[in-house]
Design a protein around this ligand. Structure first.
Ligand SMILES: [Zn+2]
Length: 239
């Protein structure tokens, strides 16, 4: 089923823009080597009975109605404890633009004075922006406290996080169109090759993810995917 707001939005030609914090986080993620897993959702998200922040007509916008067709959510790969770092920063009151976040199976709402934690099926980092911050800057964003331009190395755990995130995305078709699949060749082999060829090299991982992100989604066999990724991870662990 789709909502009236979805049908109105389609009739208007599907206009949307990213909330300024979301656009700034996309830029930050690219500079930090963090994969952006999605902003505007796929049709499945857009046609939900209760459209949420991955749509430009979220019915859960807070604390004010959206100032137009604005997307207020972003999903990021949960690498190098990114979710933990952002949560800690938000709990210190450093992220006044944050409405709620999900990561590592947890939902943390910052809508009240005290953060409220519940469970979530998200293991990646989901950030939802307050609707009164759509046109305001988030300022500097430095969850790891690193210097810009500093060289980062990818750890074994990071690669597993990436692989798990990719596997989940590809099999649940969570947020598209920014997926990692490859329609041109066998997607599972392409993904396995990608992870294998880039193991341990963050720059190569970023380049490969960027290339794969540009491609359209396909259906994948989860069991096959897990086999390939398990082999890859085993190889990395054996380094
Ligand atoms: Zn999300």
């Amino acid at each position: 089923m789709s909502t009236r707001s979805y049908r109105d939005w389609v009739a208007k030609g599907r206009p949307f823009r990213l909330a300024r914090p979301v656009a700034e986080l996309v830029t930050w993620a690219k500079s930090a080597g963090v994969s952006v897993l999605g902003t505007i959702g796929n049709e499945e998200h857009l046609t939900k009975d209760i459209p949420e922040d991955h749509t430009p007509f979220s019915s859960t916008a807070w604390p004010v109605p959206l100032p137009g067709y604005v997307v207020c959510a972003i999903d990021l790969a949960n690498v190098r404890l990114l979710g933990e770092k952002i949560e800690a920063s938000a709990r210190r009151g450093e992220l006044p633009w944050l409405k709620y976040m999900n990561h590592s199976g947890r939902n943390i709402s910052f809508k009240g004075g005290t953060p409220v934690t519940t469970s979530s099926r998200d293991h990646h980092v989901h950030l939802s922006v307050r609707s009164d911050w759509c046109d305001r800057s988030i300022g500097s964003f430095d969850p790891w406290g690193t210097t810009k331009g500093e060289t980062m190395t990818i750890e074994k755990g990071d690669l597993r996080d990436i692989a798990e995130e990719v596997a989940q995305r590809l099999t649940t078709r969570d947020i598209w169109p920014n997926g990692y699949a490859d329609r041109a060749t066998n997607p599972t082999i392409a993904l396995g090759t990608f992870v294998r060829n880039t193991a341990g090299d963050l720059a190569a991982v970023k380049a490969q993810l960027a290339r794969l992100e540009a491609r359209p989604p396909v259906q994948l066999d989860r069991a096959m995917l897990v086999d390939v990724l398990t082999e890859v991870i085993g190889k990395v662990d054996g380094r």
